[in-house]
Structures are given as C-alpha cells and as structure tokens.
Design a protein around this ligand. Structure first.
Ligand SMILES: Cc1cc2nc3c(=O)[nH]c(=O)nc-3n(C[C@H](O)[C@H](O)[C@H](O)COP(=O)(O)OP(=O)(O)OC[C@H]3O[C@@H](n4cnc5c(N)ncnc54)[C@H](O)[C@@H]3O)c2cc1C
Length: 359
C-alpha cells in the first residue's frame, strides 16, 4: 500500500524525507518558502566571502515524482487527513504530514537572510574594525575562524562566559583555547564594543507548530514520541531542528535531521503497509567544527555524543570536514532511498534511487 505525504520544509531533513518517500512510490508534495535549497552548514563561509553562494535550485535536487509547491505554511491542521494552509490561502492535505521547518529564522548566520545582511556589513568594514561574535558553540567558532582567516585585517573577538565549546572535553577545549588565537580569534568572557556584532547564541525555531496548537517544548520545537510521530497524532511527524524527541532531546544538526528524515519516511511506509512503526534508533559518530578553510577539529564521539579521545585536526581535519559537508547535501539529493545512519535498521539491498531523473 502506498500513501500520500505533505512535507513542509525542504532543508536537509525535509528533502531526504520527500525524496525517500517518492523513490519508494508514495505520492509526495513538498512545500518550501524558496525554490532554492539553503546549504545552511556553509553560511559562515558565505558570510566571510570564502564562498560566493550557499544555495542551489531545489529542482535539481528533487526526485522527479515529488510535487513541489513554493509557499509558506501558516497553519497545520491535524486530523484524519492532516493539512496545511499556506500564506496565499491555499490548503494542501495528505494521509501524512511531516513538519521539517528547521531553525534558520532570525538574525545572524543561522539563516540565508541574516547571513546575506552580515556578508554585506562585513565587507564594508575598514581595516582594523572589530567584529564581535557572541556564543562560542560550534556555529560561533566556525563563523569567527572563517572571518578571521579570510579577513586578517579585522580584529575578531569570540565572546562566551563559558569559554569555547562548553559541551566538549577539557582536552578539546584547551586545544581550542590555544588554537583559536593562532587563527586570529581572541577569546573573551566580557562583552566588548564592536563595529559589527554577530549573534551565534542559538538557533530560533519558527512558531508554526506552537501557533497550530501542537505540543511544543520551551524552544517551540514540536514534541515527538519515540517513533518521531507528534505526540498524540499518528499521522503527523517531525523532522530536524524544528522537532524534538521528548524522551531523548538531540542537538540541532543536519547530522540528526537527515537520519530523522530517513526514519520518518520508513515509518510512513510501515504505517501504510499496516506494520508497527519502530522507535527511532540513532547514534552520533562525529562532532565536526571547521576552523577556516585549512584547519578543523573532528572529534569522534560515543553514540550519545560524548567525546572520545580520538580527534583529527589540521589540514587532514579540514579535508575530512569538507567531505562531510559535501555528503550532507549529496545524500538527501542523490541517495535518499538507500541512505543509512548509525543505528538504522538493516535493509534489504534495493535499486538505487533515480533522483533527479526527468519525469
Ligand atoms: C553556519 C552553520 C554551520 C553549521 N554546521 C553544521 C555542521 O557542520 N554539522 C551539522 O550537523 N549541522 C550544522 N549546522 C546546523 C544545520 O544547518 C541545521 O541543524 C540543519 O539545517 C537543520 O536541518 P532541517 O532540515 O531541520 O532544517 P533547515 O535546513 O533549517 O531547513 C528548513 C526549511 O524549511 C523552510 N521553512 C521554514 N518555515 C517554513 C514554512 N512556514 N513554510 C514552508 N517552508 C518553511 C526553510 O525555508 C528551509 O528551507 C550548521 C548551521 C549553521 C547556521
């Protein structure tokens, strides 16, 4: 039995869900605000000018059977046939609805609009100007090092009272404390005057789920049960940054969004076939942070994201990180059908997806 699905949001998670479902013969409608895919994990490069663009046409990334609708969902309607209303007043319904609206809203390098504004402001700064990045998590470190290495005439400050990468091991944090100044980034635990201030203190989730009356956590992420269905709804699903498992909150990452998308597509398939939907089984493997174009810190982690002592740095780390970032786009666009992750159930070998083939 095949069913129909309405996927809202064409980021890493939504794209993988839509392409995987379509490749398996389900009817898929994908709604996204833009006709382009935003490669969010490259936005710090786009801001710094080490990359000229961070988008690519969605048309080149979609399975030929996916019906694409450009529009912004303003309301989700749960029910036997869940539906979404778009800002143009149209309503779209399907057997299953997947919420995958991400977290690129707001200022800073987290989304394309914020990144485009920052890029313009950064390039207008005179030599010697001070750039302050607030928040020394993964995104703050990547943004600070990208700017510092691409614009050595600027003074780059990275501000966080908790120091760099508070969730990592003391060893990794000490390494970063020594490495960042060598790359032109001065760490500070004090707010400072600056010519340009960049907010990297966390991603903002759109209010769509909350405004639609769905259960959400304190960050507005829709709350999921262990199968990744929205709590209390067996035909509404959540994928990526805009959703969170109530029993096991995972960090916002495309490394999480894509496995979630794969699992939700499998879940919809099992539901349509009358089989029980499995709990989401997922393990982390890596935590990657780029440090400009020629350096990086790749930390091998336990399944629960705790760092091991294994680490790859320097040019080898930068090369590896580049490979991972490229795979993050290639997998959902070209290999959605056969995509597997750490913890994924073993699958029978199947035909590769004909993603991108003409209709
Ligand atoms: C600079 C930077 C570097 C990063 N580096 C890494 C990294 O190295 N590794 C890693 O794992 N993660 C990284 N991340 C995090 C990663 O980008 C996010 O976790 C990931 O984008 C989440 O994917 P998603 O599919 O949930 O949503 P998104 O990629 O945010 O996509 C959501 C899509 O939904 C659309 N949308 C939103 N609201 C609506 C609506 N109402 N109607 C229709 N469409 C809508 C958006 O326009 C967007 O296309 C980085 C993020 C940034 C900003």
């Amino acid at each position: 039995m095949k069913s129909s699905a309405l996927v809202i949001g064409a980021g890493y998670g939504g794209l993988l869900t839509a392409n995987r479902l379509a490749a398996r013969g389900h009817r898929v409608t994908l709604v996204n605000e833009r006709a382009e895919f935003v490669d969010r994990i490259r936005l710090h490069e786009y801001v710094a000018g080490t990359r000229d663009h961070a988008t690519r046409p969605l048309a080149t990334m979609l399975h030929h059977a996916v019906r694409f609708v450009q529009g912004r969902a303003t309301r989700i309607h749960p029910g036997r046939t869940p539906a979404a209303t778009l800002s143009d007043g149209s309503t779209h319904a399907a057997d299953h609805l997947v919420l995958a609206v991400g977290s690129g809203a707001g200022l800073g390098p987290a989304g394309l609009d914020g990144a485009t504004a920052l890029r313009r402001q950064l390039h207008a700064l005179p030599a010697g100007a001070r750039v302050l990045i607030n928040g020394a998590g993964l995104t703050g470190i990547e943004t600070a090092t990208e700017i510092a290495t691409a614009h050595p005439a600027l003074r780059v400050l990275l501000h966080d009272p908790a120091g760099p990468l508070p969730t990592s091991s003391l060893r990794n944090r000490d390494w970063l404390r020594q490495r960042l100044p060598r790359l032109g980034v001065d760490l500070t635990d004090q707010q400072a005057e600056a010519d340009l201030t960049i907010d990297c203190t966390g991603f903002r989730v759109p209010a769509l789920a909350a405004e639609s009356g769905l259960p959400v956590d304190a960050h507005g992420r829709v709350l999921l049960d262990d199968t990744l269905a929205v709590r209390g709804h067996d035909n509404l699903w959540g994928v990526g940054d805009a959703a969170v498992m109530a029993s096991r909150p995972l960090r916002m990452a495309c490394a999480v969004a894509e496995p979630m998308g794969g699992h939700v597509a499998d879940g919809i398939g099992r539901y349509a076939a009358g089989q029980p939907v499995r709990p989401f089984n997922f393990g982390f493997g890596l935590q990657c942070v780029s440090l400009g174009r020629d350096d990086a810190m790749i930390v091998f982690v336990h399944r629960d994201d705790r760092p091991t002592t294994a680490r790859l740095t320097g040019r080898a780390g930068a090369w590896f990180k580049e490979l991972v970032s490229t795979a993050a786009v290639v997998f959902p666009a070209r290999f959605a059908q056969g995509y597997v992750w750490l913890g994924a159930p073993k699958r029978r070998p199947g035909r590769p997806a004909a993603i991108g083939a003409p209709a």
